[in-house]
Write a protein that binds this ligand. Structure first.
Ligand SMILES: Nc1ncnc2c1ncn2[C@@H]1O[C@H](COP(=O)(O)OP(=O)(O)OP(=O)(O)O)[C@@H](O)[C@H]1O
Ligand SMILES: [Mg+2]
Length: 479
């Protein structure tokens, strides 16, 4: 007894004997543990198959399976490739008959490390255990696919030139200018008051340009804190500063490569960043923060501002060289009060949008209501018109918008009209006064938000909150 035990222990110190025993044990283990196991030689002939595998493929046991070619017994088997390349395939899904099974394929080598065949095992019963992981994986895959889809959507233009509504002379001039600018590759500068359609036009120009199939990436210089703007624009290299991620983060310029970068509210671009922006535009290459790499770029810039950029240049608030670089193809968007003849067409299109969002039937505007609308100064332009119509649509019980539904529309003097004898809540009255004062401040400063905030005695962030609240900020907040 003692002798036999010591002989076995001795054997365990012998390298090749350990391997032989391990191999034999493993084969037994495969046989008992796995749903199926099969080995082939280098010629692709089956040298052994366990009974479970035979049962799975319906081998009736009449003839011997050993010696047959694996491809004839298991069509599409990859075992032969593993025996030829020596590359294991540790996890794969394989179809046996009508079943999907999880398999591993492992090359077999002799003592001289030469390939002598391959072992295939079915981890079928393990598939049940893997099910939670597999379904989680599938869910993550589908989430990833839809996130990618959404991201691609955000980089596609939302508007086309025909979406810029209006048949007036000024509106037609805008469309003509945009049509002419689109195929040229120079920088476009969109100038116009808030709500005149600068963002709409930026999308439309990209869509009509030769870059239409490339990405359209937007950056609002006023909505991003100054400290983050540089990284947003130019990107960050891994470990650029303490706390920076280990992975490189591409900037908007890089994301827009091959397409268009829409630089919104460019008048709010901090003076300190302007030289770097100018350099990128001039050199056609970008250097991410903390990097030693310089990345070549192919990006067209469309910039927009509601500021009087030229006056800012004269006042030393905007770099002249950057202004000229951006001002290659300037397009001025007229305020709504300069094209009041477009009101009926705009109302029709905007009301159709309102109705579409609610799934209600079409709405029309009475002649008198149109006259009332035409009497307003429209400091918030088309966006304000959209908001006014949306509120009126909520008030009317018919398919018609009349003067009495335009309650709360400030007239030319900033006074409320049509309120009749109704008393507004104090909160409503305060909000209306606040909105009006903000609009006045923005008019006074020519749209420069930082100065407007100063005049109003609030921070820039507070001003942005209120602009969003009153639908004066961007298309996103009012649609
Ligand atoms: N000519 C137009 N035809 C149809 N819709 C328009 C037109 N101009 C503007 N709009 C609509 O008005 C809203 C405001 O337009 P947009 O966001 O393009 O203005 P903006 O000039 O970028 O304003 P801001 O300076 O405040 O960012 C959007 O919903 C847009 O679709
Ligand atoms: Mg805008």
């Amino acid at each position: 007894m003692a002798k036999a035990l010591s002989a076995r222990l001795n054997n365990l110190t012998d390298d090749s004997e350990v391997r032989r025993l391990a191999a034999a044990s493993l084969v037994n283990l495969f046989d008992s543990l796995y749903e199926g196991a099969v080995t082939i030689d280098c010629a692709g002939r089956i040298t052994w198959m366990n009974d479970k595998y035979k049962a799975l493929i319906g081998w009736n046991g009449v003839e011997s399976i050993e010696g047959r070619l694996i491809d004839q017994v298991l069509p599409n088997s990859r075992l032969r490739a593993v025996a030829e390349t020596g590359q294991a395939e540790l996890l794969d899904v394989f179809v046996v008959g009508s079943r999907q099974v999880v398999v591993s394929r492992i090359p077999l080598r002799n003592e001289e490390n030469e390939l002598i065949g391959a072992l295939g095992v079915i981890l079928y019963d393990r598939l049940q255990a893997l099910r939670p992981i597999v379904s989680k994986f599938q869910q993550m895959q589908s989430e990833l696919a839809s996130a990618r889809q959404q991201l691609a959507e955000t980089r596609r233009p939302k508007y086309h030139l025909s979406d810029f509504v209006g048949d007036s002379e000024p509106a037609r001039r805008v469309r003509d200018d945009a049509q002419r600018a689109a195929p040229r590759d120079g920088a476009v500068l969109l100038l116009g008051e808030t709500g005149t359609g600068k963002e709409l036009l930026a999308h439309a120009i990209h869509a009509a340009s030769l870059r239409a199939t490339g990405p359209l990436v937007s950056l609002n210089a006023a909505a991003i804190p100054e400290s983050l703007l540089e990284a947003e624009l130019f990107g960050v290299e891994p470990g650029a500063y303490t706390g920076a991620a280990n992975k490189a983060r591409p900037g908007k310029f890089q994301l827009a490569n091959g397409g268009t970068l829409f630089l919104d509210e460019v008048g709010d671009m901090p003076l300190a960043l302007q030289p770097k922006l100018l350099r990128v535009l001039q050199e056609g290459e970008v250097e991410p923060i903390g990097g030693t790499r310089v990345l070549p770029l192919d990006v067209r810039v469309i910039a927009a501002t509601s500021c009087d950029l030229k006056a800012m240049v004269d006042a030393g608030q905007f770099r002249a060289d950057l202004f000229y670089r951006l001002n290659v193809l300037p397009i001025r968007l007229p305020p709504l009060r300069e094209r009041l003849e477009d009101l009926p067409a705009l109302c029709a299109v905007l009301l159709a949008k309102v109705v579409e969002g609610r799934g209600a039937s079409a709405l029309t505007v009475s002649a008198e209501a149109l006259r009332r609308l035409a009497g307003h100064r429209w400091p918030g332009n088309v966006r304000e018109l959209h908001n006014v119509l949306e509120q009126a649509a909520a008030r009317t019980e018919s398919h018609h918008i009349d003067v009495e539904h335009l309650i709360g529309l400030p007239n030319t003097d900033g006074q409320k009209v049509g309120a009749g004898g109704t008393v507004r809540t104090l909160r409503g009255a305060v909000a209306a006064a606040e909105k009006l004062e903000i609009q006045r401040a923005l008019t006074t400063t020519g749209g420069v938000k930082l100065q407007a905030a100063k005049l109003l005695g609030i921070s820039r962030a507070q001003l942005y909150e209120k602009l969003a609240l009153y639908g004066l900020l961007s298309a996103k907040t009012d649609s």
